[in-house]
Design a protein around this ligand. Structure first.
Ligand code: C2E
Ligand code: MG
Ligand code: MG
Ligand code: MG
Length: 281
């Protein structure tokens, strides 16, 4: 009967929900363990000056080293956000980035800005701004070398609060980039009130270049008008790069230049060679 079918469906639904909740709990517990056992790593993806090919900065991207495998942030950041454990994970990311900046300076006499991603819930947390300031102070980091990447969606959750937090970060000297720009619901009228320094064109608009270029053009134009630097994410081929270059996009990031690399590979490839050229002068 229909009633029996309905009740079967309900039982099935309930079982699914219970399983999902159980998975979430298990994942949360193993994320706690991962923090405790130091299983997270940062990988680094360079950002380049499109005109000169010179490395300008890099983005730190978290990985979970679990039983010899690397787990992508796409599969644990959403759960970390749902359960709140993103707060200590996010703090670990910021501290690790500060340590790294310090290490590059002290060991290689090399400075390269590092961008870290801040999740929505982490941005909403009252301890974020004081934590960042305190960590920068503790590791003696020039705030200009630490850039905070926040998605457009996180900023639009509570626009007034976002403006006041960004203001605090910006006046302390930290860089602020709006990540995945174009995919959220930015109110353009608010954009000019946001104390940001950079917009990152989301990969999905770069993928379509050069055939479909309306959104990328618009973001570049907006950047110019608002006096912000613009980074193109997810550049995968020469055609995309050519279009970006001839449309005055200053900064590029993507597999065409380099995938995100583990710390030691990044140092070999991008830090040591530059250190040599500095010490030769
Ligand atoms: P995102 O911040 O927009 O980072 C860019 C993502 O695109 C990275 O994926 C990067 O590896 C990938 N990517 C870069 N260039 C290319 C390209 O040319 N082609 C393609 N197909 N992909 C490219 P990843 O490392 O898997 O990170 C995915 C997302 O996870 C990030 O997107 C960010 O939202 C989040 N995430 C990563 N690390 C952290 C973190 O430490 N904290 C937080 N809260 N989120 C993070
Ligand atoms: Mg990012
Ligand atoms: Mg992005
Ligand atoms: Mg993204």
């Amino acid at each position: 009967s229909a009633k029996a079918a309905g009740s079967n469906q309900w039982a099935f639904f309930k079982q699914q929900m219970t399983e999902r909740a159980a998975v979430r709990l298990r994942t949360e517990a193993s994320l706690h363990d991962a923090l405790k056992h130091d299983e997270f790593r940062l990988h680094f993806q360079p950002k380049f000056d499109i005109k000169t090919g010179k490395i300008l900065a890099c983005e730190a991207l978290i990985r979970w080293q679990k039983d010899g495998r690397l787990i992508s942030p796409l599969s644990f950041i959403p759960v970390a956000e749902e359960t709140g454990i993103i707060i200590p994970i996010g703090r670990w990311v910021i501290e690790e980035a500060c340590k790294t900046l310090r290490e590059w300076k002290v060991r290689y006499n090399f400075v390269l800005p590092i961008a870290v991603n801040v999740a929505s819930q982490q941005f909403a947390d009252a301890s974020l701004v004081p934590d960042i300031k305190q960590l920068a102070l503790r590791y003696q980091i020039d705030p200009e070398l630490l850039e905070i990447e926040i998605t457009e969606t996180s900023l639009m959750n509570d626009i007034e609060l976002a403006i006041s937090k960004l203001q605090q970060l910006k006046s302390a000297g930290f860089g602020i980039a709006v990540d995945d720009f174009g995919t959220g619901y930015s109110s353009l009228s608010y954009l000019r009130h946001l104390p940001i320094t950079t917009m990152k064109i989301d990969r999905c608009f770069v993928t379509d270049l050069p055939q479909e270029s309306a959104i990328a053009s618009t973001i570049l134009m907006l950047g110019k008008q608002l006096n912000l630097s613009v980074v193109a994410e997810g550049i995968e081929n020469q055609e995309q790069l050519d279009w970006l270059s001839s449309n005055d996009c200053q900064i590029g990031q993507g597999f065409y230049f380099s995938k995100p690399l583990p710390m030691d590979e990044f140092i070999e490839k991008y830090i040591k060679p530059n250190t040599a050229s500095i010490s030769n002068i």
